[in-house]
Design a protein around this ligand. Structure first.
Ligand SMILES: [Fe+2]
Ligand SMILES: [Fe+2]
Length: 135
């Protein structure tokens, strides 16, 4: 059973951003599935590293939209991205050095951050971009 379910309620109505959000939801679910199947640490670390990398690329997409369209709340939005990148990279580094096991607490943090950020911060950006004709 997936941990996170994509639904239209998560759509920010900007096509390529939605596609990337679906990708992030899919990675969180793969990480959860792997944990439930008790996959090896290396297997889980690979997904976590992939997720960290994909998050950086995804944030880059949103930030290019912000810059191109003069988004007024870009500083606060970019700061949220930066906080998440620092946190995920710290989790990934901890896990690869063997200092921690991936736990449900960590997974819940990742999923909670994603859903909250998409629902609040990204939706506000989506509404702004929609108002400027970006779909
Ligand atoms: Fe996003
Ligand atoms: Fe964002």
């Amino acid at each position: 059973m997936p941990l996170l379910e994509w639904s239209d309620s998560l759509s920010i109505h900007v096509h390529d951003v939605d596609a990337q959000h679906k990708g992030l939801v899919d990675m969180a679910n793969r990480l959860h599935d792997g944990m439930m199947r008790e996959e090896s640490k290396a297997f889980l670390q690979d997904i976590l590293a992939e997720m960290a990398q994909y998050a950086v690329e995804h944030f880059g997409t949103e930030e290019r939209y912000m810059d191109a369209h003069g988004y007024p709340d870009s500083a606060a939005h970019k700061a949220e991205h930066q906080d998440f990148v620092v946190k995920v990279q710290a989790i990934a580094a901890d896990c690869s050095s063997g200092r921690c096991a991936l736990s449900m607490d960590i997974l819940n943090y990742l999923c909670g951050w994603l859903v909250t950020h998409i629902s609040d911060t990204d939706k506000a950006l989506g509404a702004y971009l929609n108002g400027r004709g970006v779909r």
